[in-house]
Design a binder for this molecule. Structure first.
Ligand SMILES: Cc1ncc(COP(=O)(O)O)c(C=O)c1O
Length: 449
């Protein structure tokens, strides 16, 4: 299938430049977001189906893979966890207003931006965050790294429930701490559960933090209030601080419910935690660098600022975009969450009916599909190839197999630590046309072996 609207780099930049001069002039930083709010869309349908090509925009999910494997082999890029959709129009409008004012000097982060974070969490999740407990951060990673630096001396252990988002391994390595893996238990039905006994057994005098991921990347689990309470009770009793990464919280499939860690009914458990969030995952603003962290425990914040050397840095356009997203785009996000839900249903039924050697369950949250490819690995002899190479895992061999034979790029489960073996992670935040194309290609490639 050829992609409609494909961009080359030059035309992309030209069009971006034209867009920049189209807005009205306004000298203040917050003006863009205010305009977005005033121009709230009237409830029409947004189009997530039309393919919005990102090729030629230096996208890591697309362009980096094309550079590595060639255009012919990357018909669909489904690795890096971002979206391919055109962003909510109110964000673009707000940015246009701001770029019409051609100066990007130092600024004071406007109070309206922090208010937009507080309102968003209250409106969407009934979560009350005191404005003074919020610290800005250029990304969730930056916040987690500052926290680890503050709480986890080099050589100490940080708990991860695995398989776990590969970025956490990097964060822990950056501060010189060591990863302690507590594998999730996989039940007969394929669902994952926290193994509390294992988790507690791994805590010793050198363990100071656990990184909780809810919804969970890569399995898509959304943890229940009871799970969080049990985890919280253990960690509070054993003096292990909980770093709750809730960046995927806006994507929860029908029938499931996200519980913010900070809404647990135990003050001590909540005080023993720090939460990390951003609208970047929800509205595709990753490189706008607009995240935040908060805690009801002021001592934690002091420690993150001091020992963690956290700098509350953001950038002009990130502030505008994030404020517009959290004040004027609920309708866009609600429609997108519905769209993703439908795509997740499609993936589950397509895989079950048509892809030999692969199994999956509709996840409870995230826009990621977690594929059990144990049998497919055998079909293509991935373990033998990996053993012969000495440098690969069966999953990276399979990743390459799919690039070569199905023209799709998805992530190898082995990069998510213990329990990631035998799995692949597929990002489905793209037009359903492309998801169907990828699944069809995969079915054909595996039917041939
Ligand atoms: C669980 C999780 N945390 C953090 C990040 C990265 O966040 P940021 O780009 O704000 O550093 C990701 C990105 O995929 C993620 O999946």
């Amino acid at each position: 299938m050829s992609q409609r609207g494909r961009l080359d780099r030059r035309s992309f930049l030209t069009r971006a430049g034209l867009a920049a001069v189209a807005g009205a002039v306004s000298p203040t930083v917050a003006a863009g977001a205010r305009v977005a709010r005033a121009m709230q869309p009237s409830g029409g349908r947004y189009d997530f189906d039309t393919i919005y090509s990102r090729i030629g925009t230096d996208s890591s999910k697309w362009d980096a893979q094309i550079a590595k494997y060639g255009r012919a082999h990357v018909e669909v890029g489904m690795g890096t966890a971002d979206q391919d959709f055109q962003i909510a129009p109110a964000i673009t409008r707000a940015l246009r207003v701001r770029v019409a004012h051609e100066n990007y000097g130092y600024l004071t982060i406007p109070a309206s931006y922090k208010e937009s974070i507080v309102d968003w969490n209250r409106r969407r999740y009934g979560l009350e965050i005191a404005p003074e407990s919020i610290m800005h951060s250029a990304g969730v990673h930056e916040g987690i790294i500052s926290t680890l630096r503050a709480f986890c001396p080099p050589g100490s252990k940080v708990l991860l429930q695995t398989p776990a988002y590969d970025g956490f391994y990097t964060d822990i390595r950056v501060v010189g701490a060591a990863v302690e893996e507590s594998p999730l238990r996989r039940a007969e039905d394929g669902r994952y559960h926290m193994d509390f006994e294992d988790l507690e057994r791994r805590i010793d005098h050198d363990t100071h933090a656990v990184i909780l991921c809810n919804p969970h990347n890569p399995t898509g689990n959304v943890w229940s209030r009871a799970d969080l309470m049990t985890l919280g009770e253990i960690c509070t009793r054993r003096r292990v601080v909980v770093l709750a990464d809730e960046i995927h919280c806006d994507f929860v499939t029908r029938g499931n419910h996200y519980t913010p860690y900070a809404t647990l009914d135990d003050e001590a458990i909540v005080r023993n935690s720090i939460t990390y969030k951003s609208v970047s995952k929800s509205f595709n603003l990753s490189m706008m660098k607009c995240a935040y962290l908060f805690s009801t425990n002021p001592d934690h914040l002091v420690r993150i600022r001091g020992a963690g050397q956290h700098r509350e840095e953001m950038n002009t356009l990130g502030i505008i975009a994030a404020e517009a997203a959290s004040t004027a785009c609920d309708d866009w996000l609600d429609q997108l969450v519905d769209y993703i839900d439908g795509t997740q249903t499609l993936v589950e039924s397509f895989v079950r009916a048509r892809i030999p050697g692969v199994r999956t369950l509709k996840p409870e949250g995230t826009y990621l599909a977690w594929l059990d490819v144990t049998e497919a690995l055998e079909r293509v002899g991935a373990a033998q190839t990996a053993a012969a190479s000495g440098a690969e895992t069966a999953e990276t061999v399979f990743q390459r197999y799919l690039v070569d034979h199905a023209n799709i790029h998805i992530n190898a489960g082995s990069s998510y630590g213990l329990g990631g073996g035998g799995h692949m992670r597929m990002n489905i935040a793209t037009s359903r046309q492309l998801v169907e194309l990828a699944l069809t290609n995969m079915a054909e490639a595996l039917s041939a072996v």
